[in-house]
Design a protein around this ligand. Structure first.
Ligand code: PSV
Ligand code: MN
Ligand code: MN
Length: 424
């Protein structure tokens, strides 16, 4: 289902006065509200196809209703999100869950919904029914070259699908690692993985990037072969200029200083992409900003400052994506909340006075440095984010409109209650 312009306009008209009061207040308190609003309006965050249904946990899955069961329906869900917030203009596909049957029809649908195809994701963490070799003991790291070759060929096939669709990047997340001491020769696993990634890298088109995503744990619990940013950085730098590290916020050991990791990767020109989510214990894949919003702001502060220092374009020089999973909330509402949280943190980061901050740092004025950061963080920027949406033709209150129009009920009517989206 799609929304009409008049549904959005009516919703906005009813909220306009209240919105304008908030906007006037915050605009009077920040140096250049118009510039921030323009940046927010241009900023797009990709939605992963696997986050459109309820993911569940290893203990079970409580399916949501009206989930998309075809790739076309997944695109339609993202199109709907994009209509509501005009900030979700891209979808990230996972192969083989999302193999396109009719590429030109899919591209046409994407154009109609104003969506781009973001990074393509390969899957060598599950065995597929028709596959010859098992990934039980790893894929790109495997001791048997035949297994590695199967995983390499799969990644190359994913690139081919991506080329047809107009994507320009491949994200490789590996479950490879070991569960017990002694199971794996660490150097052997690293070297096999590097060699395999090298073959994938060689198949990469000139205008593509490959993102090497790291994760410290799970499903292997003793070692992970791309376990942290250091290992990802090693692979990325050995592979070449088209290879980058991808940071997923849920993939660190507890209390890792992610903002510092981001700053250094940017400094080394090796930060490529981002997976946003939030967590309290592990790779919880919770709604962005729901647990540690201050950390999210600090990360964005490093992103903005680091990208500006290098003259990078916020809108396209890094791959921005949500990587979340939903167990108890409506997945579309959850994604709207995540995008909103990202925009809020981005706006707060844009408020930081970096000249003043640098002066405070040069003077070792620690209290002043903290004041500068917290002043930005404690500013209620929500009217700026809402204004960016209004200017772009989206809803002032996306979840409000989603509920007002009973979108989920409509989707259930169209698709049925017992639909199951493929994904994690
Ligand atoms: C598994 O942890 C994971 O969530 C990674 O973050 C990947 O990005 C995603 O699955 C899709 O492969
Ligand atoms: Mn991820
Ligand atoms: Mn993950």
């Amino acid at each position: 289902m799609l929304l009409t312009k008049s549904q959005i306009d009516q919703h906005n008209d009813a909220l306009l006065q209240q919105h304008q009061r908030g906007l006037e207040y915050v605009s009077g308190n920040v140096p250049d509200a118009a510039a921030i609003i323009n940046k927010l309006a241009a900023f797009q965050v990709a939605i992963p196809s696997w986050a459109l249904g309820n993911g569940g946990t290893r203990f079970g899955r409580f399916a949501g209703k009206g989930e998309p069961s075809t790739l076309e329906q997944k695109l339609e869900d993202v199109g709907l999100l994009h209509q509501l917030n005009r900030s979700s203009g891209a979808i990230s596909l996972h192969i083989p869950w999302d193999i396109p049957k009719n590429v030109s029809a899919l591209k046409q649908l994407a154009t109609q919904l104003d969506l781009k195809f973001d990074a393509m994701n390969s899957n060598t963490f599950q065995d597929q029914p028709d596959q010859q070799h098992s990934y039980k003991y790893g894929s790109l790291q495997h001791v048997d070259k035949a297994v590695r070759q199967q995983a390499i060929d799969h990644n190359i096939e994913v690139i081919k699908y991506g080329q047809e669709l107009g994507s320009q990047s491949l994200t490789v997340w590996l479950a490879d690692g070991s569960c017990f001491p002694g199971q794996l020769n660490f150097r052997g696993a690293f070297n096999n993985t590097l060699e395999s990634l090298g073959e994938i890298y060689n198949a990469l088109p000139d205008d593509w990037k490959v993102f090497v995503e790291y994760k410290a744990f799970e499903p292997n619990f003793y070692s992970t072969t791309v376990g942290d940013w250091g290992q990802s950085y090693l692979y990325a730098s050995k592979l070449g200029a088209k290879a980058y590290t991808l940071v997923d916020l849920g993939h660190h050991l507890p209390n890792a200083n992610i903002e510092q990791i981001v700053a250094l990767l940017l400094n080394e020109k090796k930060l490529g992409g981002f997976h946003f989510n939030d967590s309290k214990y592990g790779d919880d894949d919770l709604t962005v900003g729901s647990i540690k919003p201050y950390q999210l702001f600090l990360i964005f502060k490093e992103l903005v400052e680091g990208m500006d220092a290098r003259g990078m374009d916020h809108t396209k020089d890094l791959g921005w994506m949500i990587d979340a999973s939903h167990n108890v909330k409506d997945s579309l509402e959850d994604l709207l909340q995540s995008v909103e949280a990202i925009n809020i943190a981005y706006a707060q980061a844009l408020l930081v006075d970096n000249t003043k901050l640098l002066a405070a740092q040069q003077n070792n004025d620690v209290a002043q440095a903290q004041e500068i950061l917290q002043d930005a963080y404690r500013t209620d920027v929500r009217p700026l984010v809402a204004e960016a949406r209004l200017k772009a033709g989206a809803a002032l209150d996306p979840i409000g409109l989603f509920r007002q129009l009973k979108v989920r009920d409509q989707l259930v009517k169209e698709r049925g209650a017992n639909t199951v989206a493929t994904g994690l």
